[in-house]
Design a protein around this ligand. Sequence first.
Ligand code: GTP
Ligand code: MG
Length: 302
Amino acid sequence: MTTRAGFIALIGEPNAGKSTLLNRMVGAKVSIVTHKVQTTRARIRGVAMEGESQLVFVDTPGLFQPRRRLDRAMVAAAWGGAADADVIVLLIEAHRGITEGVERILERLQDVGKGRTVALAINKIDRVKSEALLRLTQDLNARFSFAKTFMISAERGHGVEDLRKWLAEQVPEGPWLYPEDQIADLPMRMIAAEITREKLTLRLHQELPYQLTVETEAWEEREDGSARIDQIIYVMRDGHKGIILGKGGETIKAVSKAAREELEEFLGRRVHLFCQIKVRPNWLDEAERYSEMGLDFRDGNA
Ligand SMILES: Nc1nc2c(ncn2[C@@H]2O[C@H](COP(=O)(O)OP(=O)(O)OP(=O)(O)O)[C@@H](O)[C@H]2O)c(=O)[nH]1
Ligand SMILES: [Mg+2]
């Protein structure tokens, strides 16, 4: 029996559905998902088994034109993930087609994808008619020589099995990289912080989600089997603190409740979650914030 194992980087524009696909492949929510762009900030690994193949999916931040230090570090992490992978899967949103952003990604991919297997996954096919898909597939394949094209709906699961089976044949022969039952390679404290950030992003409007970060500061295992988790939400302005607190503290209360419930489900035990908000005007320029997120601070240098 030959075993296979390899890294599969999921890349694409923000909101393409990379994290949704990773979660579906793994069969659990490992990476946070929102309807907003730039949700994922670092590389997140999820592990799936397909026959004798171990597929290590690498979810990456969306690729866009970076402006801030954080943006640059995120985009660098995404391309770094692609460069380190055995197989790259480019996700394109079916209903948006070949945007300027997609053009730029294809251009860079000519270089990064050299000598690597690159597949195309047209996602969100539930949103378009099949005639449009055929046309888009042709246009994209005329611009880049993809090893194969898949039409999927990461959310509904259409086409995902085919992609997974194909990937299982592409990864190189070799021993498995993780224990068979492991599904994620991310410290629990970071998963916990990401869950809170997801709940904040879902509730807050406009720019605010992009101007905050969440860190797990303390994690205490209690004798009764529950966990006490202390987190800090860093924001840039006093006004932001007020918005996150909400009237009579109702926003932060709702966010912590939603985060705690998801954490309890993930951990399978009781959680006491305490979120504190700190105003830190320069957190975007603090190296420690980046290492907590799993990003390289130097990648953010202009
Ligand atoms: N209709 C439809 N929506 C989808 C599908 N896949 C993902 N979505 C939605 O698209 C939005 C973005 O999904 P994510 O998985 O967070 O996208 P992402 O590529 O990880 O985004 P970033 O982390 O911001 O780069 C969410 O609202 C998903 O529910 C799909 O197959 N069909
Ligand atoms: Mg994502």
